[in-house]
Write a protein that binds this ligand. Structure first.
Ligand SMILES: [Zn+2]
Length: 556
């Protein structure tokens, strides 16, 4: 990174990384070429100013920041940090978000309500948040905007899709690049799964996912985890029941991943036909190590509970939320429930809008196993949670909603480096095995099977690609493709070689690619599609289970 070295040398900061006033960046390009807001000398703290030789803009480094800085981030770390999935945050990141949120609650308290932010700061007085909501939202949008205003920043908003540029036919990828010129950070909600990941690919400023289709809603999950931590002093070894529409609720998808990461036991209590999607279920079991355990229905138990996910205690869970060891997983079936998470029927994502749906009321909560359960809900409720229990000591959903402000203040402050701390320096994301990425143009080969994925949005067709993580499975010749945007999986496909013009149902060619980007291969949903595209079946097509040596001979 020549430009970066030049800048650092010019500033006489040989051993410190370059840093702009608003954020940390790996190279000058991210500050000067793309950032519309160049720091002005007059408003700076006393510190070190230097001029970029490539772009002739001035950047500053104050002494406090200089002393706190660690080593240069690794090349693999993105220059701009986005929060799209809860799994984009490492355990350490989540701990930092919670510490920062708690610091705001302590510094800016409302004397009457202990969980409410009651005053404002000025630390974001030079920053602007853009909120882009392509789908109706009141709570998420207002809590983000409130968080930015409480930090002393400004907010610009595009809340009505009917009047936004999308209605005029502008793509999300273009909108993001234009709006990045008006703001320092943006929050996006979109009806398409994976839309915010696409937006982040095109954004030079930090993007936060405010909910994308039925994919994820990571900031809601942070509020939920923060509440669980406040109420129980731990998350490890908690028993959390989740009731309602587990299929359409993005909040639940982010939430169960987080619970599994931190060693909680999850009791799915889905409404009929609204179970967790297969890909979420599979990830829980295969990637987070959850085991399905059958739960016997107790006497008088009228719930639809059939099974629960028990997460094994693993070393990575020990560091966060450490608290008293209650007991091991043995006996968890008989334990009382620590929290009951109620979710609404996501009518907007279902065609049959008159399905039977469970209601949580006083009678339901009379069961002894719920006697100590915090009743949580992301709100709004639409009839599944009886208002008669609002005054019950177990009802914590308004407190849960209040934490939306300090949590989002913390995220904004960390992404903009307003508190001398940032998420950049931490190693990014939940630990996962590095996977090759299959990447082909949108019109080549198989696309994501999820019809609500952003890949299928005509407006974005110039900007999306058929992009998948290639994941190895336990079957001998099989891989799984996970959509880069919406993270849903494809299991059934054939792999064609561009070079040899053959196709095969042996998936492992995708994993063998040396450069980690198997561009030499095209994936088709089935052999008919491969033949139609001019490929022929490989002679001696390999049956699943054939040892690799035999396969190589068949190829030659
Ligand atoms: Zn997808």
């Amino acid at each position: 990174m020549l430009v970066d070295r030049k800048c650092r040398a010019l500033a006489g900061l040989g051993k410190y990384p370059y840093m702009c006033r608003f954020n940390e960046h790996l190279c000058v390009e991210n500050v000067c070429a793309r950032s519309p807001r160049r720091p002005s000398v007059g408003s700076m703290e006393p510190g070190i100013a230097f001029r970029c030789v490539a772009h002739l803009c001035v950047a500053h480094l104050n002494v406090a920041q200089k002393l706190e800085m660690g080593p240069m981030p690794s090349k693999s770390q993105p220059a701009t940090r986005h929060i799209i999935s809860i799994n984009d945050l490492s355990d350490k990141d989540i701990e930092t978000v919670f510490d920062t949120a708690q610091a705001f609650l302590d510094e800016l308290p409302d004397p009457r309500v202990p969980y409410r932010i009651g005053r404002s700061a000025k630390i974001a007085s030079n920053s602007i948040l853009a909120s882009l909501f392509y789908e109706p939202s009141t709570r998420t949008r207002l809590s983000f905007e409130s968080a930015m205003l409480r930090l002393g920043g400004e907010v610009i908003t595009s809340a009505d899709p009917a009047t936004s540029s999308a209605a005029k036919g502008e793509s999300l990828a273009d909108s993001v690049r234009v709006i990045a010129n008006y703001a320092d950070i943006m929050v996006i909600r979109h009806p398409r799964d994976g839309a915010v990941r696409l937006a982040a690919e095109y954004s030079p400023i930090p993007v936060i996912n405010g909910g994308d289709g039925s994919h994820e809603h990571p900031t809601q999950t942070l509020c939920d985890l923060f509440l669980l931590k406040k109420k129980n002093k731990r998350i490890k070894n908690l028993k959390v029941a989740i009731s309602g529409d587990l299929r359409g609720s993005r909040t639940i998808h982010s939430f169960v991943y987080a619970l599994a990461r931190f060693g909680a036991t999850i009791m799915p209590m889905a409404a009929k036909g609204m179970e967790l999607p297969d890909h979420v279920d599979r990830r829980l079991r295969e990637e987070f190590g959850c085991e399905m355990v059958s739960a016997k229905k107790g006497k008088g138990d009228d719930s639809s509970l059939d099974a629960l996910y028990v997460t094994p205690q693993e070393p990575h869970q020990q560091s966060l939320f450490s608290g008293p060891e209650i007991e091991s997983n043995i006996g968890i079936l008989d334990r009382k429930i620590d929290a009951l998470y109620v979710t609404r029927f996501q009518k907007e994502r279902w065609t049959d809008k008159n399905q039977a749906y469970p209601t949580i009321d006083r009678k339901f909560l009379k069961e002894p196993k719920y006697s100590e359960a915090s009743v949580m809900h992301a709100l709004p409720r639409v009839g599944e949670l009886d208002p008669a229990i609002d005054k019950d000591r177990r009802a914590v959903y308004f407190e849960q909603a209040a934490y939306g402000v300090p949590i989002r203040m913390a995220l904004i402050a960390l992404l903009l480096n307003l508190k001398g701390k940032s998420l950049h320096r931490f190693e990014g994301g939940f630990e996962r095995r590095p996977s090759p990425i299959y990447d082909q143009p949108r019109n080549v080969g198989a696309s994501c099977a999820n019809k609500n994925c952003i890949v299928h949005d005509q407006m974005e067709s110039q900007y999306v690609r058929n992009k998948f993580y290639v994941l190895k499975t336990s079957a001998p010749n099989a891989c799984r493709l996970r959509c880069f945007y919406c993270e849903s999986d494809i299991e059934q496909f054939v792999v064609a070689s561009k070079k040899n013009k053959w196709f095969s149902n042996d998936h492992t060619a995708l994993l063998r690619a040396d450069d980690q980007h198997p561009r030499e291969h095209i994936v088709f949903p089935n052999k008919e599609a491969a033949i139609e595209a001019g490929f022929h079946s490989r002679r001696g097509m390999v049956a699943p289970g054939t040892p690799p040596r035999t396969r190589r001979r068949a190829k030659s």
